[in-house]
Each structure stands twice: as C-alpha cells, then as structure tokens.
Design a protein around this ligand. Structure first.
Ligand SMILES: Cc1cc2nc3c(=O)[nH]c(=O)nc-3n(C[C@H](O)[C@H](O)[C@H](O)COP(=O)(O)OP(=O)(O)OC[C@H]3O[C@@H](n4cnc5c(N)ncnc54)[C@H](O)[C@@H]3O)c2cc1C
Length: 405
C-alpha cells in the first residue's frame, strides 16, 4: 500500500496543536506538519462558543487562525478523523481511508462531553455545548423552544444558563453539586452567584441527580425534589472525558488521560500528548485553554530538543455570568486549614487569597475584572503578602477607577 510520510503529524486541531506548530515555526523548524481536524470548520476558540449564544455566531467567527496561516506555515489541514494508530509501524489511518506514516506524532484530541443515560429520552435527543456544531444545534432549537433543562452545575452549565436566560428562555438547572461551580469557588462567593441566578428566575436545584424524564407530547417533564417540571429541550453539561481511544489502540500508557511526563512525552518515544487529553503528575488533567496552549508549546520544545519542564502553573478560569465577573486559579490545590487564607471585601469585590509558605498559591474572587491579569502574574510569580498588598491593594484607593463588565 502506498502512503505519504509526514515528519510531524498532529491529531486534533485546537489550541494545543496550534500552539505546538507555532512554537516549531518560531524556533525555525520548517518541517511540514499534517494537522488532522475532526470538526466541520477551521480550528476555533472553543471557550467562546457557549458564551456567545445570545447573539449567535458565524461559522468561522472564532477561528484561531485563517486559512492563509496554515498555508504560510506549511501545515496541511485535513478535515478527517483518525481511527487507528499503529505505533509499531508509526502509521495512522483515517475514517476516509487514508494512511500516513509519521516521524513524530502529537495527540491533542481533547475531551468529549459526557452524555448522560436517562430513561425516557434517547441520548441523541440530548443537546451539548462541547463543539461549535453542538452549540449551533442548541441555537437552532432556541428558535422554537422556550424551556430548557440544563444538567450540570459546572462552568459550562452556568454559562449556558446565563446565555439562555439572556435570550429570554426559561431555565431549570439541576446539579449534583451542593452549589454550582463548587469546585472552583468557596461557598460564600457562590452564595452571591446563587442569589443572582434566582433573581433571574433560574429554577436551581442543587444536590440532585436527574436519572429519568418523561415525554409529554412535544415536550418533556422531570420530577425533581417532588416538583413536576416541564421543559422543551435538555442540555447536558455533565463534564468531559479525555478522548483516549486512539492512545489505547496505540498501546500507550493510559489512565484517565494519556499519561505524560513533565516534557509531554507519552510512554512511546515518538508520541507526545498535550491539552485536555493529557494526564500529568498526580493524575492532573488541566481542562483549561491556556494550560493546553502552554502544553502544546512544551511538546514542541521537546520535539526541538530544547526540553522545558512542565510545572503545572496555576492557570485561571474566568467567567462572566449573571452580572458577575468570577476568577478562580489554583483553588483545586487548596486544602482547607492547610493554607493561610486572607479574605477581603471592598465595594462589590470579594476575594480569597491563599498562601503556602508565605507565597500566593491560589486566588479566587468576584468583580475585580480590570486587575485579573495582575492576579495571574502574582500567581505565576508566587508573590508574598507584601507584594500582593502593594500591587493589588484592597480596599481600593479612592483614586482607582474601575467599572464592572
Ligand atoms: C463550552 C466550553 C467552554 C469552555 N470555556 C473555557 C474557559 O472559559 N476558559 C478555559 O480556560 N477553558 C474553557 N474550556 C476548556 C477549553 O476549551 C479546553 O481546555 C481546550 O479547548 C483544550 O484544548 P485542546 O487543544 O486540548 O483540545 P480541544 O479543544 O478539546 O480539541 C480537541 C480536538 O480534537 C478533535 N479530535 C478528537 N479525536 C479526534 C480524532 N480521532 N481525529 C481527529 N480529530 C479528533 C476534537 O474533535 C477537537 O476538535 C471550555 C470548554 C468548553 C467545551
């Protein structure tokens, strides 16, 4: 069989792969890259898709790079899905029947949303927000549906609820967690969010597990905590799991994600993995845009023979929902009682700063949007309390001007 050989192939065309290619080019590596993209449009900023449902978006509006960038950088962007990797022969095969061999392979296949199995509804009737195509489907549904049940109280669930409410829809949000965004913020900050959600008429149910719904003519109903609630469409925001099937076929070491070392190397010397599919030390899967971007860069430095160790810096999640700006970084590493906490409030800003050994290791706050980059810098540089006081004073001096987003 004849097949084309590429020195470098990247599977999954999102931020980890694009950052990988950018870094190769920035360092003078001109080897042609085959980038295999399993979606229906140019690689795009996934973080934008569910945050722009109110106004909708054009197909390539959130593209990371235009077609010219791929051409200029000698990247062959192939719209196809890889179905197998033969790591012994260093070959991959695609759904459309193509076969390629590689010198180095980057697996950046990200994560797929978990679609819950509920009695009373087929899985293909459940909407999601993982890909731009999925969000297109939700927007289409919005044309003739008014009442939505969202399952899941993580960021995607709360952001989607916010967007639907802003679109004038009715929203029921049901989550297993005690409070939405529980893994990212302390309870007192979440009380502020919950109040705002209730004020916008979100029917919020926490600590519940939806397992069945009932079809009622063209609509559905669900029984939650003894209440019978009707809705027209269901959206699952129930988390995502790393797309590891290819890695399993390639006989790589896989646990929850593809196990990588601090240089993004998998258990095969010619295969790297980066982004949401990669599992790092202590079982960490990052699940954040800037973390995936950073890992793509480090994977490229490895390929270039300029290895730089991945230290899992505390990337932040920021979101603007229900009139609040919310920022969380490093909170997953906070063990109550083990770090020094300084909690401060001024006007509508409320922040929790956690210090380990006198160094800033986590910052969690609402409504200090203009200084978000300074907080990120403080975390990366592990400022001490004096530096935080100097650079991020609270209370704000009366001369400090700010406006809420
Ligand atoms: C709705 C939503 C909102 C988000 N908001 C934020 C946010 O505000 N801030 C933040 O930091 N993070 C956010 N995230 C997470 C962030 O988007 C991810 O961390 C980031 O996109 C991970 O990038 P990645 O390169 O690892 O892969 P992904 O972006 O997951 O992309 C992987 C790609 O690989 C493709 N693929 C998989 N298998 C194959 C195959 N066999 N063949 C070909 N292609 C394949 C997939 O189709 C996909 O296109 C959000 C995620 C979602 C879903």
């Amino acid at each position: 069989m004849s097949f084309h050989n590429y020195p470098i192939i990247a599977i999954g065309a999102s931020i980890a792969s694009i950052s990988f290619i950018r870094t190769l080019r920035e360092n003078g590596d001109a080897r042609q890259v085959l980038l295999i993209h399993g979606e229906d449009r140019l690689p795009y900023k996934r973080t934008k898709i569910n945050k722009n449902m109110v106004r909708g978006f054009d197909k390539d509006e959130f593209k990371i790079a235009d077609e010219k960038w791929y051409k200029d950088n000698d990247v062959i962007l192939l719209f196809d899905r890889v179905i197998n990797i033969d790591s012994a022969e260093k070959m991959i095969s695609t759904k459309s029947g193509k076969v390629f061999s590689y010198g180095k392979l980057l697996l950046a296949t990200g994560a797929a949303s978990v679609v819950p199995k509920l009695t009373g509804i087929e899985q293909n009737e459940i909407y999601g927000v993982q890909n731009a195509y999925d969000v297109d489907q939700v927007l289409e549904a919005c044309a003739d549906k008014e009442r939505f049940l969202i399952i899941g109280g993580g960021v995607e669930g709360v952001e989607t609820a916010d967007q639907l409410i802003r679109k004038g829809k009715q929203v029921i949000l049901a989550s297993r967690m005690k409070q939405p965004l529980q893994r990212l913020f302390p309870e007192s900050l979440l009380n502020v969010l919950v109040e705002k959600m209730l004020a916008r008429d979100v029917k919020l149910f926490s600590g519940v597990s939806v397992t069945s719904v009932y079809k009622k003519n063209d609509a559905y109903s669900v029984n939650i905590q003894g209440q019978e609630l009707e809705f027209d469409a269901i959206i699952a925001c129930t988390g995502a799991i790393p797309n590891v099937e290819l890695a399993v076929k390639a006989d790589l070491k896989v646990e929850r994600g593809i196990v990588v070392d601090e240089y993004l190397q998998t258990s095969d010397k010619d295969i790297l993995a980066a982004g949401d599919v990669a599992q790092h030390a202590r079982g960490v899967i990052t699940g954040l845009w800037h973390a995936a971007e950073h890992q793509g860069k480090l994977a490229a430095l490895n390929v270039l023979g300029l290895p730089e160790e991945h230290k899992l810096p505390p990337y932040r999640l920021k979101t603007e929902v229900f009139g609040l700006f919310m920022f969380s970084a490093g909170y997953e590493s906070v063990i109550p009682g083990q770090q020094e906490l300084i909690e401060e409030e001024d006007r509508d800003i409320h922040r929790f700063m956690y210090y380990a050994g006198g160094k800033l290791m986590s910052a969690v706050f609402i409504n200090d949007k203009e200084r978000a980059k300074t907080y990120q810098q403080g975390l990366f540089e592990q400022w001490d309390k004096n530096k935080v006081k100097e650079k991020l004073p609270l209370p704000l001096s009366s001369g400090f001007s700010f406006s809420l987003g």
